[in-house]
Design a protein around this ligand. Sequence first.
Ligand code: NAI
Length: 469
Amino acid sequence: MPQQFDVVVIGGGPGGYAAALHGALAGLKIAVVEKDKVGGTCLHRGCIPAKEFLETASVYRTVIGAGEFGITATTNGERPALDFETSQARKQKVVNQLWKGLQGLMKKRGITTFSGIGTLGAGRMVIIDDGTELAGDHVILASGSVPRTIPGFDVDGSIVMTSDEVLTLDRLPESAAVIGGGAIGCEFASMLADLGTKVTILEALPKLLPGCDTDVVDVVARSFKKRGIGVNTGVAVHGHKPNEGGSGTTVLFGDGEELAVEAVVISVGRRPLSSNLGLEGTAVEVDERGFVKVDEYMRTGEPGVFAVGDLVATPALAHVGFAEGVLVIDQILGDDVVPVDYAKVPWCIYCHPEVAFAGYSEQAARDAGFEVVTKKDPYGGNGRALIIGDAEGLVKVIAEKGPDGRAGRILGVHMVGPWVTEQLGQGYLSVNWEATVADVAHFIQPHPTLSETFGETVLALTGRGLHVG
Ligand code: NAI
């Protein structure tokens, strides 16, 4: 006899566990089927470990720059010593603590977790590979994604790696080619370069960080160049020739160009993990790239079966997975729900300098037919930025041009610079509340803070900027 649940969730990553925690809190009887560890890519192979290593890089930069504050941390201008094994252990400690907390919370909420690979059967039955059968009034597919690779580059974990392997290294390569200059590529390039690896990015498109505002990308590209990161954009990668003896390889790219490196990091996107869900023969449809097809309420073609997170073709961000999981549970509970507005979700990229944005970039706003007014304010004039010694970057606000030619509704807020991932909140709210520049300019920013630069940019759009004209 199958065990009966209100909701059976396949996959315990951010999409799946958010649904489970939210549903259990509301009194639903929930099962989660997980083949590895709850927490998923985000906790074990993605956001958390990657940001932990980026923090290691930040500490390293701070130590290098300590002399400017009159603090001698290293002698004779030498680089500080890095014991990456210790960094790795610290990262794992953070991950394990969060993992333990999540398991405890799920248990406390009465969620039943099953270990194994779950597949979808007829009539919302979920069959686990050990033969256990679960019957759900509702099923949520949340099996996530895995790194994409490229033909000719077999991932071996020492010469050719994806994000999965980089995050488990106990020593860093002396040199690396990072293929793909998107979010993952830029985060890894930044981290590796700060910690002493000679990094070259090979990106197929004309610019790094496709989708980000050009003014923001230019700041990142300038910073990378200054820190010795090679950036080759608009280049195709053709393959590689591993050195004899098993250490290092030569990457072939562009117009007959070659790059000898110790390691290759492939960061060319992620692909959905839909192939092991047993969807053949069900009414759940999968598109040509493997994404499960859903409507704006995350409903698949099979009644009572939903899909969320990286498995569907929405932004591959943990917090989007959270929102989608909660959206599904609220529908199951019979609440009125508002679909996620994907054009306005917050994006945060944790390379140095950090990038954070919500809403239209200038180009995307123009492409969508808006007439716009924009303003940029650099962090160079911000007191707090100078105090912390990190004033590289800017805030750019894109507003809709009103009939009088003046800036009206805020369409996009784009930031690059110190701690902008922690500063995006105001910009995110402004965009999603459809606030005008006048609405936001009414509010006060505390002084001295980094967030004054956002306030000042908005003030300038009203024509009353204190420092920016
Ligand atoms: P991505 O789609 O952001 O970037 C991949 C990059 O690789 C693109 O710039 C693309 O033009 C380039 N590319 C593709 N094929 C190539 C080739 N053969 N040669 C050279 N360049 C090639 O994917 P990424 O960075 O791997 O991240 C995967 C997902 O994870 C993304 O959807 C991203 O949203 C998410 N993510 C978000 C983070 C954040 O918000 N902080 C951090 C890490 C990942």
